[in-house]
Design a protein around this ligand. Sequence first.
Ligand SMILES: O=C(O)CCC(=O)C(=O)O
Ligand SMILES: [Fe+2]
Length: 197
Amino acid sequence: MVTTPTPNPNLHVTATVRGYFTPRECERIVALGKSQLAHDATIMTPEAAGPTIDRSKRSNSVTWFKQGDAATQALQAKLGRLVQDVNKDVYHFDLAGFGEALQFTRYESIGDTYTWHQDLGIGNTSTRKLSVIVQLSDPATYRGCDLQIYKEGEPAAVERNQGTVLIFPAWTLHRVTPLEEGVRYSLVAWISGEPFR
Ligand SMILES: O=C(O)CCC(=O)C(=O)O
Ligand SMILES: [Fe+2]
């Protein structure tokens, strides 16, 4: 049987929402993140049974915001509204919601980095459909640590402004270049769903 599905024209798009969070809101999120324990960030590889630490690929630390906390719920509500709107206009995915805890990402040591990767992978990362990143730091306070998206063979830098939200399909290749000066924080959320449709 041959059918011709309707094309989905925006799968390459990174949705950029400038100033969705105010600098004050960003500072509050940073303070909340910094008040909690940091863990070495891990990666998933098909070779390893579970999450592994590989500093050549990912050198930074993360804090998972506690599920159910009032502050977490408020953050998820605000992000969720935006994601629903963007998904309706841009991606048209079947989404179930936040599949895992919000990740507060910390680049605090010179050289902290995350090399090219996709967020959609194996194990519990396999249900991720959209990646959502909030730029929490004032770009004047750090050098390097550029979030870049792979576009037609080239790294394309994305908006660095504090409070900007970036949304892209979770298979999109992206990286964070090494931190050269200062510190950078980001908030990362993944919106998950049943196998792709
Ligand atoms: O810190 C960022 O902007 C991106 C982090 C990231 O790509 C990830 O944690 O998967
Ligand atoms: Fe990522």
